[in-house]
Design a protein around this ligand. Structure first.
Ligand code: ADP
Ligand code: SF4
Length: 684
């Protein structure tokens, strides 16, 4: 679409000796794939290149065994063994017109080295940056520094031999030996690598110079640096040394890839930060260097991207999560298909998968990590072999996704929804405090369905088993969702809680339905994901007195994996919510709730409240599915069940389930098995 307002995004950018085809830069991000799963991770990246990203980066590739995150699935780049596989990646990216970048790095005192047994290296002798792991870092001596410089240089040469165009010097996320040397928090050295900023930056400067010398004639050298850190102890910020640091190193690398640190703030969720949240912290770097700058901030709006370039904030629009949610974002902008962009909702489900050591999954993009092993594509669905009619019942995330995939394949799709709103639980939850961006998961699918002539959507259309049979579709998908339990059965307790029978009980559905809740409320969170905390926040903002009780020793435990937990706790505390971790309800007498400590059984102080809001677990709403299965006319039906109705889970799981069931109906082999599996090599 030449002559459009977005042409500027498709200008090429010179980065040292290489040139991009546009300004879309898929920055390094964890994929949850270790080096043992190269086919899967290569497919994630090539899909992005296919979707138009001008630069596609690898995740962190650890340069040697003294840098090992051990329990996290990152890639190794220890020796020549990794060159061949990376050549395949680079070759495929090049064929698709993208430059290939590799984030080689050493994780310093963020390493655990449990799997390699090497001593952890740091600027000073301190415990490692993973408090529960009983390992300490040793202070590197001058020979260690010389050795590590050589190993980084060797890794850069291997990266060049693999064909990479851009090679990183990684100093970000509080997860690099170079950032550890920079930091006054960890660097207590008294030699030429400690003390003044110039001394603390020496290691970083030397590694940039080494890398430039080794590969600079052929490859661009990028520095990834957190120029604003969010912590209370000597953070690097614009006002505290970061300007001086950039000033000192401004022209050394070919590209500045700037962000904020640590990882939890760099990957802030939409609950806490809006699109573009990093600009105030990183947008100043470009004023100090003539080298191109790439910045991130969950950018999905092409207008915002254009404005950033025009304002001279960045030269390249960096994206991790937006490129996961929609690998085809650049092409959609180029082709003027802006409404089709599947915008990241900022839920951090992708992050949680990696942090839990699994291949990443995404709420918006159910095909991520399935490109190779299931043969799935984020945009294309193979046309159906025959003309068929599919009836999808329930327009929650599962039903919407299922209907969309079937419609893309060419089925005549009828989507029937009992309520007067499309979107099911996503839309309900998106009305809660901080979750507005989540509505994108429904909005995108509703828009796409509305564009299809082969789709009919009926709202206010509750279907019974007889209705379904009378309709007579070739395929029937029941996606009728789930409802929250009222009996206290939850993650830590598999039997109803007797004490609750005498209590004034509410569930999240009451909040969604606008039921008036009493002023003082106890939220009993035995689900441990986001919802208990979100409801506490919402009710506190609405003036309720809120206490949140959790049987686990932390509140909103799973949000530790979405990197939100410390912000969740700070926010709840700030709103006056009383936090009661490690406690269970034992008795309810009127407004008096008795509790005991979950671990020791010791009596905890009672709580006075007028109602208890249970966020514990859900029952699948299988009534329609069961009625259809048991119906005498059911033999004729190709009947399926999807989403929470099949098994209550996250919104991401519901969308994946809807996608999978649609593919199963379409006869896609990847829907029922992994068509390809990563295979270990056996040596003699
Ligand atoms: P999921 O997460 O699995 O998509 P949701 O609970 O978000 O589940 O959505 C289920 C949707 O199904 C809701 O919008 C609900 O109104 C709708 N629904 C439930 N029962 C019926 C029915 N019998 N006929 C039509 N729609 C239904
Ligand atoms: Fe965005 Fe959520 Fe997908 Fe991650 S999982 S890319 S945060 S939509």
């Amino acid at each position: 679409m030449s002559g459009s307002a977005y042409d500027i995004l498709f200008e090429s950018v010179q980065i040292g000796p290489v040139k991009t085809k546009n300004r879309f830069y898929a920055v390094p991000h964890a994929t949850g794939h270790s080096s043992l799963e190269p086919n899967g991770s290569i497919a994630i990246r090539t899909t992005k290149a296919e979707g138009g990203w001008g630069v596609v980066s690898t995740q962190l590739a650890e340069i040697d065994p003294s840098s090992s995150l051990s329990n996290l699935p990152v890639e190794t780049f220890w020796g020549t063994q990794e060159i061949d596989v990376n050549k395949v990646l680079v070759d495929r990216l090049h064929k698709l017109g993208a430059l290939a970048a590799i984030e080689i790095g050493h994780t310093g005192m963020r390493s655990r080295n449990l799997s390699t047994g090497e001593p952890v290296l740091g600027p000073s002798a301190l415990p490692i940056l993973k408090p529960v792991v009983p390992v300490q870092a040793r202070a590197m001596d001058l020979q260690d520094i010389r050795d590590l410089r050589k190993r980084h240089r060797d890794a850069a040469i291997r990266a060049m031999e693999s064909g990479f165009d851009i090679i990183y010097v990684y100093a970000s996320h509080d997860a690099s030996i170079l950032s550890h040397f920079l930091s006054k928090r960890y660097n207590f050295r008294t030699d030429e690598y400690g003390g003044s900023l110039e001394n603390r930056a020496r290691f970083l400067k030397e590694v940039i110079q080494d890398t430039k010398e080794a590969v600079g004639h052929k490859c661009a050298v990028a520095v990834r640096l957190a120029v604003h850190e969010f912590n209370d102890n000597n953070p690097l910020t614009e006002k505290n040394e970061a300007r001086d640091l950039i000033g000192m190193l401004a022209e050394l690398p070919d590209l500045w890839d700037v962000n904020v640190g640590g990882w939890s703030r760099d990957s802030s969720s939409s609950r806490f930060e809006e699109e573009g949240f990093q600009e105030p912290y990183t947008g100043w770097v470009k004023s100090l260097t003539t080298k191109p700058v790439v910045g991130v901030g969950r950018y999905t709006s092409p207008d915002k991207m254009v404005s950033l370039i025009k304002k001279g904030k960045y030269d390249l629009i960096g994206a991790a999560r937006p490129s996961i949610a929609d690998p085809f974002l650049p092409n959609k902008i180029k082709e003027g298909r802006l409404e089709e962009i599947r915008e990241c909702i900022g839920c951090n489900v992708c992050v949680s998968y990696d942090a839990y050591s699994c291949r990443i999954k995404c709420t918006q993009n159910p095909t991520i990590s399935e490109e190779w092993r299931r043969g799935w594509h984020p945009e294309y669905v193979k046309p159906a072999a025959t003309e068929q009619t599919s009836l999808v019942i329930g327009a929650g995330p599962a039903g919407l996704e299922c209907a969309l995939v079937l419609a893309k394949a060419g089925h005549n799709v009828v989507l029937s929804e009992a309520s007067t709103t499309l979107g099911g639980r996503v839309i309900k939850e998106s009305k809660l405090s901080g979750l507005a961006a989540w509505s994108r998961a429904a909005d995108h699918r509703i828009y796409m369905l509305q564009q299809k002539p082969n789709v009919e959507i009926y709202m206010d259309s509750f279907l019974s088993a007889d209705d379904v049979l009378e309709f007579g579709a070739d395929n029937v998908v029941v996606a009728t969702g789930s409802s929250w339990r009222k009996d206290g059965v939850g993650s830590t307790n598999f039997r109803p809680i007797d004490a609750l029978t005498s209590a004034n009980i509410f569930t999240p559905e009451d909040v969604f339905n606008g039921t008036e809740l009493p002023n003082s409320i106890l939220i009993y969170d035995d689900e441990h994901n986001y919802l208990g905390g979100v409801l506490a926040e919402q009710l506190a903002r609405n003036g309720h007195e809120v206490t949140i009780v959790s049987p686990l020793t932390t509140i909103s435990a799973w949000t530790g994996f979405t990197l939100e937990q410390s912000q969740v706790l700070t926010r709840l505390h700030g709103l006056g919510v009383v936090l009661r971790p490690n406690q269970v309800i034992t008795q309810v007498a009127g407004s008096q709730v008795s509790l005991e400590m979950a671990d020791t059984g010791a009596i905890a102080s009672p709580i006075t409240c007028e109602g208890i809001l249970l966020v514990t677990s859900r029952n699948a709403d299988t009534s329609l599915y069961d009625a259809l299965k048991g119906h005498e006319g059911a033999a004729e039906l190709n009947l399926h069940c999807a989403g929470d109705c099949l098994s209550p889970g996250t919104i991401q799981a519901a969308i994946l389930s809807g996608h999978k069931i649609a593919k199963e109906i379409l006869g896609d082999a990847g829907a029922t098995e992994f068509v390809q599996r990563e295979a270990p090599v056996l040596f003699d």
